[in-house]
Write a protein that binds this ligand. Structure first.
Ligand code: UDX
Length: 471
């Protein structure tokens, strides 16, 4: 930028949850590298959690963090009562606008890059007279099912009748880009009939509608994975829709992975343990930041991992056992001492990039799925909620980089017994086809984010369009 021309200024607003903050922080960082001034807006709750765990909280230039109150009492669980959180956040437009108007000494706002589930940014962008850039942190296929949720509702596909979900005539059509063999169980689980009277059902429908109010759409995927047609189907009123991901990858390739968004303390010592394991031998087990498992399921999982004979690194989040302290079966730690590492949170990008890791047992959150694909690690999907059912199925059936437990997509809480865990882990770790295919996609992901690649070029187009609009 010339001396007298202020930097373009992007205000970035994630939904306050780990899986949403991470990709938006990475994208904000990419924009900063390309000359933007960034205002990254957390809620006071999410900022506090990030500050508590992040030892190197950012003091980088041209990057500031602001926060506003979400209006919920301190004891509210936030992400474990997502419906209530969404409804409350939807009313935060005035607070957000006041926050932005109260700051001086920064360049004028060029655009608002908003999580697709943060409808409160709609009035803010309109009142500031700047483009509203809707950023989908989930894959394009899942975003399409969200964007067209009202169409699916009017056609009777929502609420999803899970009992009929596997019948072939139940395939869904009618969204502009016909996703190959879209199944009712591919729709986000909050749209299932058992949640119809739940606050989350309406909250998601509302947010889906508002996501259609976009001047520009970006999605954290890449053209070579999902295809241009899928990404174009996210366009609203002829406004561009572009794939810009994987957004975390450029920094990883530069050896510069930042951990400023983490809400938990990362146990770096797992990396030293990985250094001592054989190449491709370790199964990484993690269910992201929100998924819960019953204590009985955790027992079966532990015994299945033990029975598999495979070395494993397991993220046992402190709150995973439905709010209780997770317990391990008696004698388990002693018996698996020479081939297991249990952590409460890991530096996941470094773990997946480690040569010892050969497979990932995952809930299939989009970040984990994309991270695994981009690092060339095959997946064993065990979805729990939201878009994870679609991600795990696509990883298996469409991208052919993963396996899945049978029928967990239909019976959300089916107990997976230890024998099944054991068998599936072995199948994953021995499958050379998956390894070959995921390696091809890894190469494609790297190419996409390098100068001249599809996502790199799309970010350049986006920046040019924003600069033109600001003139
Ligand atoms: C949420 C939803 O649950 C998911 O369905 C949606 O696709 C994205 O938002 P979450 O469940 O947290 O996400 O999973 P995921 O999308 O995988 O994001 C988790 C993030 O935390 C990843 O970026 C992962 O690298 C990071 N992580 C996870 C760590 O850094 N360390 C860990 O130990 C575990």
């Amino acid at each position: 930028m010339g001396e007298n021309i202020p930097s373009p200024h992007a205000v970035v607003v994630p939904l306050p949850a780990q899986g949403h903050i991470n990709p938006l922080l990475h994208f904000a960082d990419l924009l900063r590298d390309r000359g933007f001034f960034i205002t990254f807006i957390n809620t006071e709750w999410s900022e506090k959690r990030m500050l508590q765990s992040s030892k190197q909280f950012s003091h980088r230039s041209n990057f500031r963090f602001l926060s506003f109150s979400d209006g919920l009492p301190p004891e509210h669980g936030r992400t474990d009562q997502l419906g209530e959180l969404l409804v409350t956040l939807a009313k935060c437009g005035p607070a957000l606008e006041e926050l932005l108007r109260s700051c001086s000494g920064v360049p004028p706002v060029t655009c608002i890059v908003t999580d697709s589930a943060m409808s409160c940014t709609l009035s803010v962008a309109a009142n500031l007279g700047v483009p509203r850039v809707v950023f989908w942190i989930i894959c394009a296929a899942a975003s399409i099912t969200q964007k067209y949720a009202n169409v699916l509702l009017s056609q009777g596909h929502i609420p999803v009748k899970v009992s009929e979900a596997k019948r072939p005539e139940k395939l869904i059509s009618g969204v502009p880009w016909s996703i190959p063999d879209l199944l009712p169980t591919d729709l986000i689980s909050s749209y299932r009939e058992q949640y119809e009277s739940d606050i989350i059902f309406k909250a998601f429908l509302f947010e889906s509608q508002q996501s259609n109010e976009a001047d520009y759409t970006l999605v954290n995927t890449f053209d070579e994975l999902e295809g241009r047609d899928a990404i174009s189907a996210l366009s609203t009123n002829g406004c561009p829709a572009l794939a810009v991901g994987p957004v975390f990858l450029p920094k990883v390739l530069q050896g510069e992975e930042s951990k400023l968004g983490s809400m938990w303390d990362e146990d770096e010592s797992c990396l030293e343990w990985l250094d001592k394991q054989r190449t491709g031998s370790v199964l990484y087990v993690s269910f992201g930041s929100l998924a819960l498992k019953s204590q009985q399921q955790l027992d079966e999982l532990a015994l299945g991992l033990e029975g598999s004979g495979q070395p494993f690194l397991w993220v046992l989040r402190s709150d995973i056992a439905q709010g209780q302290n997770a317990m391990l079966p008696e004698g388990f730690e002693k018996r698996t001492r020479d081939r297991a590492f249990i952590a409460s949170w890991t530096p996941q990008l470094k773990v997946l990039a480690h040569a010892s890791v050969g497979g990932f047992l995952t809930h299939g959150g989009w970040n984990s799925t994309l991270e695994s694909i981009s690092m060339g690690v095959p997946l064993l999907g065990w979805p729990c909620l939201g878009d994870q059912f679609l991600n795990c199925r696509f990883a298996k059936d469409i991208w052919k980089v993963g396996l899945e437990f049978k029928d967990v997509d239909v019976e959300e809480n089916r107990l997976v017994p230890r024998e099944e865990v054991e068998r599936a882990v072995r199948d994953l770790m021995e499958n050379e086809q998956l390894r070959k295919r995921v390696f091809e996609l890894k190469e494609a992901a790297i190419k996409a984010v390098m100068p001249g690649g599809s996502s790199y070029t799309n970010i350049t187009t986006f920046i040019q369009d924003m600069l033109e609009k600001a003139e």
